[in-house]
Design a protein around this ligand. Structure first.
Ligand SMILES: Cc1cc2nc3c(=O)[nH]c(=O)nc-3n(C[C@H](O)[C@H](O)[C@H](O)COP(=O)(O)OP(=O)(O)OC[C@H]3O[C@@H](n4cnc5c(N)ncnc54)[C@H](O)[C@@H]3O)c2cc1C
Length: 535
């Protein structure tokens, strides 16, 4: 079932094609074959894939690709390389095809050479290549409409970014959410703050956050272009201030951590801090300037994503859904609104791939099998919006006030956002007097003029938390089901890298290294722990 052919093209570069597969082989046999042959293929820039639809494809100069049956013969572009053969080719035909593929004067349509892509790690290749769900994905060349149908459960900033991105890829996308954009994404402060949120024990999350904040300007520009909505990206950086000696010691620790990671920061005197932000209280005693942390207006982002997604052909269904599985595979979603729970009569929205992006509700989506119920828990946050703050602050101000934390994020519309609490109280959306009092009192200590602003909103929503604070991004053990959830305090920040990761997974492109640590498999063993008590 496995054979290889070597030939030298006109440029004398050796190429090797390894054919794998047998359309009658079981999924298990295919996986073993793939594991066996990938390490052999990698040094030759040649990869093969096993696909339930077509049994075998031979690709030179590409990392991974899926082919629809009709695309498997002859030549054409596929991912980053040339499709040059098919399983049914004889070794001689294969040699000729490979030699022609090496010929720069040949008629092959060229795309990006493989050397421009980072080589995927073996582990990542295995993750991609061994997932039985790949069988349902089909590759399309840029600009060509594909028939991959994707159902996204959840229309928050994560689900919508993914839907927009996949629709641009040519997928046929539907988003299902009874209240799109009104979950945690509605409440967020919109900080893009991987630096200030950096923690000692979370280097991978920091790396992902840094990659995300770097991706934001281009993401914002594309989103604005696609939607006509300005997402309010502010790149003035952040200022973190303290009030007493202990606060100053805390800021010193933050500065040490940032120095250890080579992240830009500057200790400021209180005078320097007030020169930057004149509205700060004169009682500010220490400060740290962090130029790399930015912000967006998250509500404008959601608005823009909804518009851009719809313009790209995404259909938004305002309904709560559960997962539909057939023979151990996700095949679509079905409406499960209140009163209609577990209804077998509601029509199924069929899909080749389902993306679970239901925020803090991701462990509770009806129909999920145990293996795809991840330990995502609600982490309540209460947050305030105040109007009349035009010109009050230039940048995000974080403060530690006698040990208590608060942040103030200015908006282009003259509002300032004051947040936020972190409460482990389950999925509770009550706004409490104590939380509002705490946030206002602390914010007024930092910027006394806050007392004069109009309180226009107090809101509670739940962040989708995970045990290690990292998101869950990747294929689940259930064929046909991908997950993109658990973004905790940073879902707005992480939207560009998350949607890019889904684009890569669905297109079988190599994954970015910063995403790899966040594969859902890291919680596989504990997946059953969260199933208790779930209807
Ligand atoms: C107070 C607060 C402040 C925050 N500040 C920031 C910040 O400054 N920067 C930052 O990056 N992040 C921040 N966050 C975190 C950020 O808001 C989240 O990480 C992010 O919004 C998660 O996006 P999401 O799309 O996964 O979830 P959500 O926005 O919650 O969307 C999930 C959606 O899934 C839908 N859903 C659930 N179950 C189903 C079902 N069965 N069928 C259909 N739909 C379903 C819900 O209706 C919801 O609309 C903050 C969060 C809070 C609460």
């Amino acid at each position: 079932m496995t054979r290889s052919t070597t030939c030298a093209g006109p440029r004398q570069r050796k190429a090797r094609a390894i054919q794998v597969g047998d359309k009658h082989a079981s999924d298990c046999a295919r996986r073993s074959l793939t594991r066996l042959t990938l390490p052999l293929a990698a040094p030759f820039d040649a990869l093969v894939l096993v696909d339930a639809c077509i049994d075998v494809a031979v690709v030179a100069g590409a990392h991974v690709a899926h082919l629809a049956p009709g695309q498997s013969r002859g030549r054409g572009t596929c991912g980053g390389g040339h499709v040059i053969g098919h399983a049914t080719m004889s070794p001689v035909e294969l040699s000729i095809a490979l030699a022609e593929a090496e010929d720069p004067s040949g008629t092959c349509t060229t795309s990006q050479p493989a050397t421009q892509h980072p080589a995927p790690s073996t582990q990542n290749q295995e993750n991609l290549m061994t997932d039985a769900q790949r069988a349902r994905t089909k590759v399309h060349t840029p600009g060509e409409r594909s028939d991959v149908r994707v159902a996204v459960i959840g229309g928050g900033v994560i689900g919508l970014s993914i839907a927009w991105t996949l629709a641009r890829d040519g997928c046929d996308v539907e988003v299902h959410d009874d209240q799109p954009g009104l979950g945690a994404s509605h409440a967020a402060a919109g900080m893009l703050a991987p630096v200030c949120e950096a923690a000692y024990e979370e280097p991978e999350l920091l790396a992902l956050g840094l990659a995300s904040v770097q991706a934001w300007p281009e993401f914002a520009a594309r989103l604005t272009q696609a939607s006509g909505v300005d997402v309010g990206l502010r790149e003035e950086g952040s200022l973190w201030v303290g009030f007493d000696t202990d606060d100053a010691i805390g800021l010193g620790r933050v500065a040490d951590l940032l120095a250890r990671h080579d992240l830009r920061h500057r200790r400021l005197s209180s005078r320097e801090a007030r020169a930057l932000e004149p509205a700060l209280s004169p009682r500010t005693s220490s400060a740290l300037q962090v130029p790399g942390d930015h912000s967006v207006d998250n509500r404008q982002v959601v608005r823009a994503l909804l518009a851009a997604a719809e313009r790209a052909g995404v259909r938004i269904h305002r309904q709560r859904v559960g997962l539909v599985t057939v023979d151990g595979r996700a095949v679509g979603v079905r409406r499960v609104d209140v009163g209609d729970l577990n209804s077998a009569t509601a029509p199924v929205h069929e899909a080749d791939l389902v993306v679970l992006a239901a925020g803090d509700g991701s462990a509770h989506v009806p129909g999920l099998p145990d293996c795809a119920r991840y330990p995502v828990r609600p982490v309540k946050g209460q947050i305030l919006r105040l109007a009349g703050a035009t010109g009050l602050l230039e940048r995000t101000v974080r403060a530690t006030v006698h040990g208590e934390k608060v942040y103030l994020v200015p908006r282009g519309n003259g509002e300032v956002v004051v947040g936020a609490t972190m409460e482990e109280v389950g999925a509770d959306l009550t706004v409490t007097a104590g939380a509002v009092h705490h946030l206002l009192r602390t914010a007024i200590e930092v910027v006394p003029e806050v007392a004069e602003l109009e309180l226009v909103e107090a809101l509670a929503r739940c962040r989708p938390g995970t045990p290690d604070n990292g998101p869950l991004i990747g294929y689940t053990p259930l064929p046909g089901l991908l997950v993109a959830t658990g973004h905790g305090r940073g879902g707005v920040l992480l939207a560009p890298t998350t949607s890019d990761a889904l684009h890569r997974l669905v297109s079988d492109l190599p994954m970015s290294g910063v995403i790899e640590p966040f594969a859902p498999q890291r919680f596989s063993r504990s997946a059953h722990d969260v199933t208790e008590g779930i209807a």
